[in-house]
Design a protein around this ligand. Structure first.
Ligand code: PAF
Length: 285
């Protein structure tokens, strides 16, 4: 069944209030469209956990650190609506930019500390844009639950912290990364890879997996784990590693020694496409 489609905050609030009156828990899946299997997993999890599933589709201009990326970002709303229908969304909230930003924005939500490293370091202003729009969406939809992918582990940690710090009555539900059969994490950016780049792209996951294996085998030196993982890229000049870090999973701050659970996160450029991925590593020895 096609989901209802709304473009204004007022109509969305009304539909959500009706669902709440029917006793349904509200689940929100925030997206920027261009929906793929990763989003499908978020919607399906929301369908399972919530009684009424809202998918927001909004390409948020203030989270792009490179204006050309915003200009080039394309979505096919009809295709996205079909994905939402197929996976069980009840309502799609797809507002125009003026609805979300009716006047130039002077108020921002910013999570400090957690955004200092990894993508936060390389994409200035990105997380401020994300937390600002996500807090707006939380105010507009007022969900009980909101669903975010573990592929964007830093984003997930930042949103969890924002919810905690702002006392928002919303449960954040992490959803595992969806991968293609060769290990590449599903992302809308994968479509920009040339056939040759797509063929070699799984090296990112292979490097992270190799790093995790070193940690599981008992290596506690971050330098050593990084050295082995980075060596995999040496014979592949097509890749430019932006970062490969071993971080505390709660603070997202790089650790010098591995003494507990860690997250290993990386961003690489493959041609003109930036890919990110991460793996969680519980310490087993
Ligand atoms: O992960 C995304 O697609 C975006 O950062 C989000 C959470 C929808 C905010 O614009």
């Amino acid at each position: 069944m096609q989901p209802e489609q709304r473009t204004t905050i007022a109509e969305t609030r009304k539909a959500v209030a009706d669902a709440r009156r029917r006793g349904l828990a509200i689940g929100l899946v925030p997206t920027m469209g261009a929906l793929h299997a990763g989003h499908a997993a978020l919607i399906e999890r929301a369908r399972h956990d919530a009684g009424y599933v809202v998918v927001s589709i909004f390409v948020n201009p203030i989270q792009f650190d490179r204006p050309e990326d915003y200009q080039a970002y394309r979505i096919d709303l009809q295709r996205d609506l079909n994905v939402c229908a197929e996976h069980g969304a009840d309502l799609v909230f797809a507002p125009p930019v003026e609805e979300v930003y009716p006047s130039p924005q002077s108020t921002f939500v910013e999570v400090l500390g957690l955004t200092d490293h990894l993508c936060g370091h390389f994409r200035p202003g990105h997380f401020r844009g994300v937390t600002t729009v996500v807090s707006k969406l939380f105010h507009m939809v007022a969900p009980d639950l909101a669903f975010f992918g573990e592929k964007d582990a830093q984003q997930l940690a930042v949103i969890e912290r924002m919810v905690l710090d702002l006392n928002l009555p919303i449960r954040i539900v992490p959803v595992p990364t969806v991968r293609d059969s060769d290990g590449l994490a599903v992302s809308s950016r994968n479509a920009r890879l040339s056939p040759e780049e797509r063929r070699i792209a799984p090296l990112l996951f292979q490097a992270l997996t190799a790093a995790r294996e070193s940690v599981v085998q008992g290596c506690s030196s971050t330098a050593e784990v990084r050295r082995k993982a980075l060596a995999l890229f040496e014979s592949r000049p097509q890749f430019r590693v932006e970062y490969l870090e071993i971080v505390d999973p709660k603070t997202m701050i790089p650790v010098a020694q591995i003494t507990g659970p860690v997250r290993i996160a990386a961003a690489v450029w493959l041609g003109n496409t930036r890919l990110i991925d991460n793996v969680y590593c519980p310490r087993t020895r």
